[in-house]
Design a protein around this ligand. Structure first.
Ligand SMILES: [Mn+2]
Length: 412
């Protein structure tokens, strides 16, 4: 595998100019979870071993290189399998649009079956699809589609490998696939409703071929805790890991934090970091929803609000305390920071999916209210302030660009 990936890097470099060879890129989905990452690597490897050699197979992770650290379970599995992340290819390292325009791109989609609209120019290059999501693409004779509702796309890739080229399956590749199937199928537990007979069949086939594979339970547990291990992330990375932004009369972000709130609140310089974060991304307020688990695996949810503006913080707090649809059942907990209001959330079932519409309602109600308030009289002490109408609304696109600039800075 290392040999394939290193030679791939050399070949990509050598063929970067317009006249070079054809690229057959295997691309996972934009979430780049374990399944997308491993299916991409494994299938590109399969293509490189079974193809004619005139096209270059490249496994392309559909995230920026700087964002891999936001997926600690991926990082963990790579290290477990002894594969350096430096050998992988990321979306910001290869210009697919340019390859497509030069007529040098073949694209295989794994773990998704339609391209997002931002990649619609690449559609004509798609030559194959292997996926386990609901089929959303129009069939084309030139593009074979394998879509089966199994627990993991890695199961379908494993099937292909075992049926077509069992000799290329080594222990390292098997471990990547096996760990992914286990994770997606929730340790093959039927109660979780993910595993199908085909997943079990190929997990067992991998175990049979490599009896020294780590035991199921232990591997699953290790990956599960890695997913929630945010100890390696700084505050900004933690907030960005799972964030949704909203804007109305002001802009705010709702981030999910995967650790107990009291641990987060103990971070040194937290207020300064949150303040910097808001400044950098143009947010007026941060809503942080933490999720952690009791010994018995019951979820604990807590909520924290940060804003430089006391009125903003108080208004949102009050709204969330009083809301009844659903009631969050908030109970204040002490916070060592003056600008952070913290709560235990009694309603542990109210996830961010439930919280977001509440925050949206708040912003909408506030906008309606603002439109009723008469304008500030012109004889007030200040004639006007650029922030009278709140911060400029931040679009998803603008945010995306900021992230991309950040990633560029981080990568250089
Ligand atoms: Mn998947």
């Amino acid at each position: 595998m290392e040999e394939f990936l290193s030679s791939c890097h050399a070949a990509v470099k050598a063929n970067a100019d317009a006249s070079g060879q054809e690229f057959h890129v295997v691309l996972g989905n934009e979430a780049c979870d374990l399944d997308s990452m491993v299916s991409t690597i494994a299938y590109a490897y399969f293509l490189s071993k079974t193809g004619g050699g005139e096209t270059l197979s490249v496994p392309l992770l559909n995230i920026r290189q700087a964002d891999l650290v936001l997926r600690p379970d991926n990082v963990f599995l790579l290290s477990q399998a002894g594969l350096s992340p430096d050998l992988l290819f990321f979306r910001d390292q290869l210009d697919l649009g340019a390859l497509r325009r030069a007529g040098r791109l073949l694209l295989t989609l794994v773990d998704h079956n339609i391209l997002p609209s931002s990649d619609s120019d690449l559609e004509g290059a798609v030559v194959e699809v292997i996926d386990h999501h609901l089929l959303e693409r129009e069939p084309r004779p030139s593009c074979p589609v394998t879509v089966e509702m199994v627990g993991s796309c890695a199961t379908l890739v494993t099937e292909r490998l075992i049926q077509k080229a069992p000799e290329i399956l080594d222990r390292q590749l098997a471990e990547l696939l096996y760990a992914t199937i286990l994770t997606d199928c929730v340790n093959m537990a039927p109660a979780a409703g993910k595993v199908t007979p085909k997943d079990s069949q190929y997990a067992a086939a991998l175990e049979a071929r490599f009896p020294s594979m780590p035991p199921r339970g232990a591997l699953f547990k290790a990956l599960h805790s890695a997913k929630f291990d945010v100890s390696g992330l700084n505050t900004e990375q933690m907030l960005l890991k799972d964030m949704k932004s909203l804007s109305g009369s002001f802009s705010l972000a709702v981030s999910v934090l995967y650790l107990p709130l009291e641990v987060f609140l103990q971070r040194a310089e937290l207020e300064a970091e949150l303040s910097q974060f808001c400044h950098k991304f143009g947010f007026e307020l941060l809503v942080m929803m933490s999720i952690s688990f009791t010994e018995g695996n019951e979820p604990i949810r807590e909520l924290a609000l940060f804003s430089h503006s006391t009125p903003h913080r108080e208004q949102v707090s009050q709204y969330l305390e009083q809301t009844g649809n659903p009631a969050l059942d908030l109970c204040p907990i002490s916070s060592p920071h003056a600008r952070i209001t913290a709560y235990h959330q009694g309603n542990a079932l109210a996830s961010r999916k439930k919280l977001l519409p509440l925050v949206k309602d708040f912003l909408r109600a506030r906008e309606d209210e603002e439109s009723l308030v008469p304008p500030t009289p012109t004889n007030s002490l200040v004639d006007g302030c650029p922030l009278d109408h709140g911060l400029p609304a931040i679009s998803e696109r603008a945010l995306e660009e900021k992230f991309s600039k950040m990633a560029d800075r981080g990568g250089s």
